[in-house]
Design a protein around this ligand. Structure first.
Ligand SMILES: [Zn+2]
Length: 246
């Protein structure tokens, strides 16, 4: 009896042990699974954090001394065509006015974060008459054709040509760096060099106009990645302010 009972119990104990082993294995598997999920979650979170930090750091490194150069300075940004018309309109409904407004707002945000006082101005803003600022940049875009390139110009009757050439130089360098677009010197027109706002602002206000690219050939950058042209323009203005303070 005792032997029988023992022999009967042994397989039972064996089964119980196997059952425990299976349960232990399942628990470990579950823990492992939870750990994997936690690691994936952490990596995703850290990845998100890192890309934010990298972006911030990238901007900061791009503009050494930027905070002090822009701090307390007054900058005018003309939002091309604002409160007047929509500028060029492409077949798919894309408009120049909407495109440059997004860029201009981002330029203003960037400069304000660096401590600048930024006026976002309409195309024919009353404030442009005798406007005094450390810099004024008017933002426009080119037509819907399948062509690529940006351009920038100052008044051809400037009384401060050297200063405005420095503004242009900074804008061009920073804009090329940020967007990768080429400067298109062949298509600068009198619409740019005799731009109406150049005649209205105070003669000592350094002013420039930039055509950020073509709504057709450059849509991938100026429409779909407005932060790139915005960074180029903001960095260009900061570069100019830095040179002015040296
Ligand atoms: Zn325009």
């Amino acid at each position: 009896m005792a032997r029988k009972a023992t022999s009967r119990k042994q397989p039972a104990r064996g089964a119980a042990t196997r059952q425990q082993q299976v349960e232990r294995f399942q628990r470990r598997l579950l823990l492992l699974l939870l750990a994997v999920i936690a690691v994936i979650g952490l990596a995703t979170w850290a990845g998100g954090q890192r890309s934010q930090a990298e972006r911030w750091l990238g901007d900061w490194l791009n503009m050494p001394g930027a905070t002090s150069a822009a701090s307390g300075r007054r900058i005018g940004i003309v939002v091309g065509h604002k409160d007047f018309d929509s500028g060029a309109i492409c077949e798919d409904g894309l408009s120049e006015g909407a495109t440059v407004a997004k860029i201009a707002e981002r330029v203003a945000d960037r400069l304000r974060r660096l401590g600048a006082e930024v006026d976002l101005l309409s195309e024919y803003d009353d404030r442009l008459n005798g406007y005094q600022a450390d810099a004024l940049v008017s933002i426009h875009a080119d037509s819907c054709i399948d062509r690529s390139g940006y351009k920038a110009a100052r008044s051809d009757t400037s009384v401060i040509p050297d200063v405005e050439d420095r503004l242009l130089g900074c804008l061009m360098q920073s804009y090329s760096e940020s967007t990768g677009l080429d400067f298109d010197s062949n298509s600068i027109t009198v619409d740019m060099t005799e731009y109406h706002a150049f005649k209205r602002v105070a003669s000592q206000t350094p002013a420039a106009i930039i055509e950020v690219g073509f709504l057709g050939g450059d849509a991938g950058i100026i429409v779909r990645q407005p932060d790139l042209p915005a960074r180029g323009i903001a960095n260009g203005i900061v570069c100019f302010l830095e040179e002015q303070t040296q």
